[in-house]
Write a protein that binds this ligand. Structure first.
Ligand code: SF4
Ligand code: SF4
Length: 178
């Protein structure tokens, strides 16, 4: 059962400010949940996460797996009758979870995101081989997808060397904190 949190308004205000989304317009019609291709892997349905925020259930909202399982595919918002941008809300929660240092429900997802961003920061583009190598190294699991990796290399789906953008300064600016 979802209970009312102590800082009900504060959490809603903060996530609204971070995401720019007015999720109080949510009708809880569950269209988002019924359309989400990843709902089976989530502990709370997408609309239930919105409910957690509305009820000020910060701990549950920040520690749930849903905010990490969401891939930002936008299927939910394209069907939402109130045009609520749920991935932006999930993003706001992910940022807050990291800032607060709560236990991340899906650390592998965070590790993967971090490695993707690291290559973008370095080269201005992703470098799949490096992302996978670093991700696997962190997990101490270099061998489990070796066959797949070799097949991808054979089919030229993985580049050995990274492709880099010319304007590195523009990338640095994007990564500079406001
Ligand atoms: S589809 Fe939109 S209005 Fe309906 S529950 Fe999901 S977020 Fe709320
Ligand atoms: S954006 Fe996230 S919540 Fe929405 S449908 Fe895709 S995975 Fe599900």
């Amino acid at each position: 059962m979802i209970k009312l949190g102590h800082n009900q308004d504060e959490l809603a205000k903060e996530i609204k400010a971070r995401s720019g989304i007015n999720f109080n317009a949510c009708l809880h019609c569950r269209t988002c949940t019924n359309s989400c291709p990843f709902v089976e892997g989530m502990d709370y349905a997408p609309n239930a996460v919105i409910r957690l925020i509305q009820l000020g259930q910060e701990d549950a909202a920040l520690k749930c797996s849903t905010i990490w399982i969401c891939v930002g595919c936008n299927t939910c918002c394209s069907y939402c009758p109130m045009a609520i941008d749920i991935p932006a809300v999930m993003d706001g929660l992910r940022h807050k979870a990291i800032e607060k240092g709560v236990k991340i429900a899906e650390p592998d997802v965070l590790n993967f995101h971090t490695e993707v961003l690291n290559t973008v920061k370095k080269y201005g583009r992703t470098h799949k081989l490096e992302i996978m190598m670093r991700y696997k190294l962190k997990k101490m699991d270099l061998l489990s997808d070796m066959g797949l990796g070799l097949n991808m290399l054979k089919k030229r789906k993985l580049d050995l060397t990274p492709s880099k953008v010319k304007d590195k300064k523009a990338i640095e600016k994007i990564f500079q904190k406001k």
